[in-house]
Design a protein around this ligand. Structure first.
Ligand SMILES: Nc1ncnc2c1ncn2[C@@H]1O[C@H](COP(=O)(O)O)[C@@H](OP(=O)(O)O)[C@H]1O
Ligand SMILES: [Mg+2]
Length: 353
């Protein structure tokens, strides 16, 4: 008998692989397919294209599942030239493995209208009942525009619990043992591009982006931290997304002297899961911001399956059953299980966190 969620894992890996290849094409273009740059949440043609490809694969394989995805298609219905650019990208991005492309993913998106309908169908409200996929087609769009790290993120939740998580990180080193660095290799794909995956209860793996599917995965695990003062922190590049001043105070209290590695996107979760870094802190910068489920679902499972513990700053598990946001959580602390409690205690000693 095949293990639970093996089909979901295969489809998710291939869908993330295909979408990541699409984003890489946009990343290598100097304008980076920018559609809007000025607002707080920038968007590129890569966001729409990757979302269309992932939803196409999910609709083909799991037609009755619900989908929560970051982007919506209305902009494309108003802007025919924009829709055409995205359509060119979507119809010309295919896996080399024709069997995977046609038999697993269901082949190409039919036409431009179908593409926009697919993008729009990621509008589920989420919740605690049934099978719901969460998609972030380009997480860390600011990093993507800056030439930094970003991630293509997909997770399956069943009754509010994350069962499958896949992260495509086109700019992270393939090598799990490479030192933690936010350097994205100036867009070179030499030795870069990794897919992290996990299924609840089955561990976490990494594989090169170019060889997705179920073959070729290596088990990954967090690095045991014996001395917290020697640990390294990962945090957002964007000071508006995580309070870097509070993180510095926490590092000082823990005796950590190494500077934090600042990296965009859920590449942070993948990096600590494979032991390239130790602890990911995301400290609220406002009392009202609610984290989005697509920014955390895959990473939360991958870190937990690699031997980590993930909670918010109050020590509560991330709860993906409240709709499109983590309405009942504040911030994130992801750390090896053995030291998570110590980190949490120090986080709570910092006034205002
Ligand atoms: N004030 C805020 N606090 C925390 N996260 C925020 C935020 N404003 C936006 N974000 C989220 O931070 C994500 C990027 O995370 P990171 O800082 O770890 O790279 C963004 O994802 P997108 O880039 O997909 O929009 C966005 O959803
Ligand atoms: Mg995001």
């Amino acid at each position: 008998m095949s293990s639970p969620y093996s089909k979901e894992l295969l489809v998710a890996q291939l869908a993330v692989q295909r979408a990541s290849l699409l984003t890489r094409r946009v990343f290598l273009d100097s304008a980076k397919g920018t559609v809007s740059k000025s607002d707080a949440s920038p968007v590129t043609i890569g966001d729409f294209g990757a979302q269309a490809l992932i939803i196409a694969a999910l609709r083909h394989n799991f037609p009755s599942d619900e989908i929560v995805a970051e982007e919506e298609g209305s902009k494309l219905r108003e802007d025919a030239a924009l829709a055409d650019r995205i359509w060119e990208l979507v119809k010309s991005t295919k896996l080399d493995d024709e069997k995977a492309e046609t038999e697993v993913l269901g082949g190409a998106v039919k036409n431009k209208e179908h593409m926009i309908d697919l993008i729009d169908s990621g509008n589920s409200k989420g919740g605690r009942a049934g099978r719901i996929w969460a998609i972030d087609p380009i997480d860390g769009t600011k990093g993507f525009l800056r030439g930094g790290q970003y991630a293509v993120c997909l997770a399956l939740m069943v009754d509010g619990d994350v069962k499958v998580g896949v992260l495509g990180c086109p700019n992270l080193p393939v090598d799990d043992a490479a030192p933690l660095s936010a350097d994205a290799g100036a867009g070179s794909d030499e030795g870069r591009g990794v897919i992290f995956s996990a299924v609840l209860g089955q561990g976490a793996t990494s594989r090169p982006l170019t060889s997705a599917g179920l073959a070729g995965g290596k088990s990954i695990a967090m690095k045991p931290v014996t001395e917290l003062s020697a640990a390294s922190f990962c945090e957002s590049v964007e000071a508006g997304h995580s309070n870097q001043g509070d993180a510095a105070k926490i590092a000082e209290k823990l005796g950590i002297t190494r500077p934090s590695v600042r990296m965009d996107s859920q590449a942070k979760y993948g990096s600590i899961a494979r032991g390239a870094g130790d602890i990911y802190l995301r400290l609220p910068t406002s009392k009202t911001y609610q984290e989005k489920i697509w920014d955390h679902a895959a990473g939360d499972l991958i870190v937990r399956e690699a031997g980590g513990q993930v909670t918010d700053v109050l020590g509560r598990r991330l709860d993906f059953g409240h709709g499109r946001t983590l309405a009942e959580n504040k911030g994130v602390i992801a750390a090896p299980k053995a030291v998570h409690g110590q980190v949490l205690k120090v986080v709570q000693e910092v006034p205002g966190v």
